[in-house]
Write a protein that binds this ligand. Structure first.
Ligand SMILES: NC(=O)c1ccc[n+]([C@@H]2O[C@H](COP(=O)([O-])OP(=O)(O)OC[C@H]3O[C@@H](n4cnc5c(N)ncnc54)[C@H](OP(=O)(O)O)[C@@H]3O)[C@@H](O)[C@H]2O)c1
Length: 229
């Protein structure tokens, strides 16, 4: 049996726990030093996963930005940036999104069975579209990624994706960055949605590290025995 990839969840929130605001503009929560830290974490992973809404709303590149880190990956026989991965139920993904058009790394779309055919048509030549059942099961997705050689996966949101990995006990580590301002709008998405989480008042998660990065703070939680430190 292939070992399930090590799963590192990463996100930034406001002081009141929001991942974004309710406008159409992308809300910048991190600062530049923290974005560089995220870049380093990305460079250490084999794949990065985000939900389809994040692809639609934020249009992220999900590439390693630092030329030095890209060169180091290539020298080590790896692609310059990690494989990009998303999950979709309806398959409503824009083939012109940066997820599909920027960089030449592999892209994998785990798609609910009912939407596989139209998604394969829409994304032909741009991504591998995997029939991942109905609905897509994150654990099955991890098994498939492991079979494709992914040993370390970074999950970068959004709310529903974080909630699924956390409630299913599939996360090994959480990097939570807290930005020094409030959003204060109940219409905005909040970390990490609703659900029965394995960590609660009677079972507290282990805080592995606290790091100040300029005006933000990184809280690193160990969520499984696989997490060092
Ligand atoms: N601050 C941060 O660090 C950060 C990071 C990332 C995102 N965000 C924010 O988070 C918000 C988006 O969060 P969100 O919860 O709305 O969306 P999301 O988690 O990014 O994506 C949800 C979508 O992913 C697909 N999906 C997720 N799980 C699935 C499953 N098991 N089976 C099939 N499809 C599945 C579905 O796509 P379909 O709709 O295509 O069926 C679903 O609607 C945005 O505002 C974004 O800016 C913030």
């Amino acid at each position: 049996m292939t070992t399930r990839p090590y799963v590192l969840l990463s996100c930034a929130t406001s002081l009141d726990g929001y991942l974004d605001d309710a406008t159409d503009e992308r809300l910048l929560l991190s600062n530049s030093d923290d974005l560089d830290r995220v870049d380093e974490v990305r460079a250490g992973c084999d794949a990065i996963l985000v939900g389809a809404t994040t692809v639609r709303r934020d249009d992220p590149r999900l590439l390693v930005r630092s030329a030095r880190r890209r060169a180091e990956r290539v020298a080590a026989g790896r692609p310059a940036s990690p494989t990009r991965v998303t999950l979709t139920g309806c398959g409503d993904l824009d083939p012109t999104a940066r997820f599909f058009t920027v960089g030449d790394t592999e892209r994998i779309v785990y798609c609910a069975s009912s939407a596989v055919e139209k998604t394969r048509d829409r994304l032909a030549g741009l991504a591998v579209v995997v029939d991942a059942g109905e609905p897509v099961d994150p654990a099955r997705t991890l098994d498939d990624l492991a079979a494709r050689g992914v040993r370390r996966l970074m999950v970068e949101g959004g709310v529903s994706v974080h909630a699924q990995f956390l409630t299913a006990g599939l996360a090994d580590e959480l990097h939570l960055v807290v930005a020094p301002f409030f959003v204060g709008d109940h219409r905005a998405p909040r970390f990490a949605g609703e659900g029965r989480f394995p960590w609660h008042a009677e079972r507290r998660a282990r805080l592995a590290e606290v790091r100040q990065i300029g005006d933000v703070v990184l809280l690193r939680y160990a969520l499984s025995d696989r997490c060092p430190g």
